[in-house]
Design a protein. Structure first.
Length: 253
């Protein structure tokens, strides 16, 4: 039977962004709004974020050529695209037989009216949304104009269908966002709401942290992907500072 899943699937959160830095500054100052002029999709990497992405690319470059990613899929958000470009350039992934594509299904969770607000800002400006989120939890709460985790999961189901149809036996690298990494874990491991939220509570995903799945023929009736490592930061250690701050819109995450 033909293998439906990639031989290896790496899922990486983008490098530290200017939004991460601005969010930390807003929290430290006790502000309600994050001071950043760009749209969320236009927020670039910080200088450290570029260093982190280059360091991760170096980790891939140290692998034998036949073990490196062959297909790279990225969120269209600038911080993810810049991370992807740096990984490709320093990772030996720019050959003609390496595929690179932008896929909007990998975009950040949309925050709607809560965009750019800290927790203090949400409580002050949208107390009813703060209450709804406490009542429903982040998995189901959908802010006006935004998405719940379930909405993200619905689009990622479609993405995984694409991967299983077109990338069987491939080596695929995804560069996206913290919620996307978590929601892909939820789908690939058939987790419950309680299980994935417990994983989320334990630690934020590090910028350029690596989550890796490998094909296991004994996983399920037709074989499947089994988690090999999660939030792996060794590629950065000694090369760039490890950071794990949530994205600027953490209050709505």
């Amino acid at each position: 039977m033909e293998q439906r899943w990639p031989a290896v699937l790496w899922i990486v959160r983008h490098g530290q962004s200017a939004g991460n830095v601005a969010r930390d500054a807003a929290d430290a100052a006790g502000l309600g709004r994050i001071d950043i002029a760009d749209r969320d999709m236009d927020v670039p990497l910080s200088d450290l974020g570029h260093e982190q992405a280059r360091a991760l690319g170096g980790w891939f470059a140290a692998m034998p050529a036949g073990q490196r990613p062959r297909t790279l899929m990225a969120s269209p958000y600038r911080r993810a695209v810049e991370t992807s470009q740096a990984i490709r350039a320093s990772g030996g992934l720019e050959r003609s037989d390496h595929r690179f594509c932008i896929d909007e299904r990998l975009r950040e969770k949309e925050f709607g009216v809560l965009d750019r607000l800290t927790r203090l800002g949400i409580e002050a400006q949208f107390p009813e949304q703060a209450e709804f989120r406490r009542l429903l939890g982040k998995f189901y709460h959908r802010p006006p104009g935004g998405e719940s985790w379930c909405d993200v999961i619905l689009r990622l189901r479609s993405l995984l269908d694409t991967i299983s149809l077109h990338h069987g036996g491939d080596r695929v690298l995804i560069v996206a966002h913290q919620v996307v990494v978590l929601c892909l874990r939820y789908l690939l491991e058939s987790l419950t709401e309680e299980q994935i939220l417990e994983i989320d509570r334990q630690a934020d995903i590090a910028n350029c942290g690596v989550t890796e799945y490998r094909f296991d023929p004994g996983c399920g009736a037709d074989g499947g992907l089994r988690l090999a490592r999660y939030n792996f930061t060794a590629p950065l250690e000694g090369e760039a500072t490890v950071t794990a701050a949530p994205d600027a819109n953490v209050a709505a995450r």
